[in-house]
Design a protein around this ligand. Structure first.
Ligand SMILES: [Fe+2]
Length: 477
């Protein structure tokens, strides 16, 4: 007798990724509880993989899903939202073919190996967003951004920010200096010796300065930090084994190798001139995300980031796409002190001894000392190997106090975005929550000083928004 002995161990978060997300047009949102604050006026944008399957084939990694953007506009008459896929060239071609056609971060192109050599990598436009005065950019690590209408999210093609570089790569974690309005970012040009291109734009996005540094091999570089007048990169000891990628038999994600003997390389740039100030080297670790950086009273630089022991986190995030995670790979919030003139690390300390991710500080405090870090973490007493983040929190870096908003069983918040009130000193924390109990998504608004209290407002979204990566806030004034 045939029996189904395989019992699913999937947690509730898997339902948010199981089906391709459906777009929805601009829709007035129902208030489920509370009231939208009068000083909350502007738009929340979020980006993340909207679909992890096509034509019956699953993607190879969570990072491979086509980018879909959520915009939630807060106005004097309420809140409305729109959710649309970024209409990249690759997305449109695969929509038409109803099957995957390209390689990606975690998957090789379909078909015979010899035909894969000519296939390009699909720009998934799925990682983050940059809100400029006249357009929204959907960002991805391996190519140019896509330009979207701020209101409707209509895709208007790729955007080179005025660069004349034909192989323009503009990564997903740009940094906006709240003092000068300048926007900094980088892009890696692959090669036997990769090039790190550093960009400075004015507040409109137009690139006004660029510099290039040659790297040793091709590292996995996801984020960097603005600290006072410095731009700082921690280049982790991860290098791409290019041969299987070029041969079309291995994906990028599967071909990154952990080489702790290389240590973490530190690059410090001057944000005014984009010239390299110093290079240093320190212990081996891996990081995806920085929280913030600042210059201390004695002229050192402090950098806060989520530190991982190794690259196993890449395997864990690959497993997310399958709806089941088995790899234990979490990072903790750490602070490094370094001398910016020598690149030498003087101190490494742990700020929070709990698994966390998606650290954020208020946009007005980027590059300066910032007391609070907002982040995503696990609910207490859950199996953190099988689960996803079910809480958001505020870490007080002055005294280590942690204020936690537990979103409840089977509920999964996204990266908490800090939003300044337009008419007071208050701030709000916005997060999009997938509720596995009702298979629906909501926008939750917290008082930034009251994460230990219930949300002050909950808004119902018209459809499920899959777990996403990064977002931003664009104020109405
Ligand atoms: Fe990221």
């Amino acid at each position: 007798m045939k029996t189904d002995s395989k019992i699913s161990t999937k947690k509730s978060w898997a339902k948010a990724l199981a089906l391709p997300a459906a777009e929805f047009p601009l829709t007035q949102l129902s208030v489920k509880s509370g009231k939208i604050p009068e000083g909350l006026r502007g738009t929340l944008y979020r980006n993340g993989p909207g679909r992890l399957e096509r034509g019956g084939r699953a993607v190879g990694h969570w990072f491979d899903g086509d980018g879909a953007i959520l915009a939630v506009h807060f106005t004097d008459v309420g809140a409305d939202a729109v959710y649309r896929y970024v209409q990249t060239a690759g997305y449109l071609a695969e929509e038409k073919a109803d099957r995957f056609l390209y390689s990606n971060y975690g998957m090789t192109a379909p078909g015979p190996v010899w035909l894969r050599w000519t296939k390009t990598v699909k720009n998934s436009a799925n990682t983050s967003v940059l809100a400029l005065p006249d357009r929204l950019l959907a960002l991805w690590e391996g190519g140019p951004p896509y330009r979207l209408d701020l209101q409707t999210l209509e895709t208007q093609g790729t955007d080179d920010l005025g660069s004349l570089d034909s192989e323009f790569v503009y990564s997903a974690h740009c940094k906006c200096d709240p003092i000068t309005g300048n926007i900094f970012n980088f892009g890696i040009t692959p090669g036997l010796k990769a090039k790190l291109n550093v960009y400075k734009s004015d507040y409109t996005g137009k690139i006004v300065k660029k510099s290039t540094v040659t790297l040793d091999g091709i590292p996995l570089l996801h984020d960097f930090v603005l600290a006072g007048k410095y731009l700082i990169f921690f280049v982790p000891p991860v290098r791409l084994n290019l041969a299987p990628v070029l041969a079309g038999i291995g994906s990028y994600g599967d071909s990154f190798e952990w080489k702790p003997e290389l240590g973490t390389q530190i690059l410090v740039f001057d944000s005014e001139t984009l010239s390299l100030v110093s290079r240093g080297e320190t212990d081996a670790w891996f990081q995806w995300h920085f929280a913030n950086g600042f210059v201390t009273e004695n002229g050192e630089v402090a950098v806060d980031f989520v530190r991982y022991a190794d690259l196993q986190t890449n395997q864990r995030l690959k497993e997310v796409a399958t709806g089941e995670t088995h790899t234990d790979a979490e990072g903790t919030m750490s602070r490094v002190h370094l001398n910016p003139l020598t690149g030498k690390v003087t101190q490494i300390a742990e700020l929070l001894d709990q698994a966390c991710e998606f650290p954020i500080v208020p946009a007005a405090e980027i590059g300066q000392a910032s007391r609070y870090i907002y982040l995503a973490m696990y609910r207490a007493d859950v199996d953190i190997v099988a689960e996803r983040y079910g809480a958001i929190a505020r870490l007080d870096t002055q005294n280590g106090n942690l204020t936690i908003a537990d979103c409840g069983e089977n509920r999964y918040p996204t990266e908490p975005i800090y939003v300044p009130d337009i008419s007071s000193e208050k701030g709000w924390i916005l997060t999009v929550v997938y509720d596995g109990n009702s298979d629906s998504s909501e926008v939750w608004i917290f008082d930034s000083d009251g994460l230990d209290r219930p949300p002050i407002c909950q808004l119902e979204l018209p459809g499920v928004i899959p777990l996403s990566f990064h977002g931003t806030w664009k104020s109405a004034v």
